[in-house]
Design a protein around this ligand. Sequence first.
Ligand SMILES: [Ca+2]
Ligand SMILES: [Ca+2]
Ligand SMILES: [Ca+2]
Length: 141
Amino acid sequence: MLKLIPLAFLSLAACAPAAAQQHDGSRMLEQLEKADTNNDGAISKAEFTAHRASQFKRIDRNGDGFITDSDIPARLQRRLPPEMSSDKLQATFDVNKDGKVSEQEYTSGPALMFDRADTNGDSVVTKQELQALRTALANRQ
Ligand SMILES: [Ca+2]
Ligand SMILES: [Ca+2]
Ligand SMILES: [Ca+2]
């Protein structure tokens, strides 16, 4: 369980705008590919949302339905770059500004990588769209 937290946390942060500016696009791409639960090579918005919901459950360690500071161990927080801090996550996902990120806020929060990959805007990232993004990211690095 403890081992899962940093991973889940990194993938959460990878969805934040600041992280999108960084050169770890391949990790974000990986997250996107993992969301393809029916393995048809395409990721629908529904699959993406479901993937986020399962991430949320892993990050919300005390299971109270909210991501708060206490869900991220202080030991881990100190090692994380500033753009992955809980402040930053809350700035991105805490829409009603109550200091907690609810499951609803997280699953319907900004989906930068998905939106970027879905170039024709039909809410499905196809294999071709995924490949195009992979190429674009590789060229940038
Ligand atoms: Ca799929
Ligand atoms: Ca909130
Ligand atoms: Ca599309």
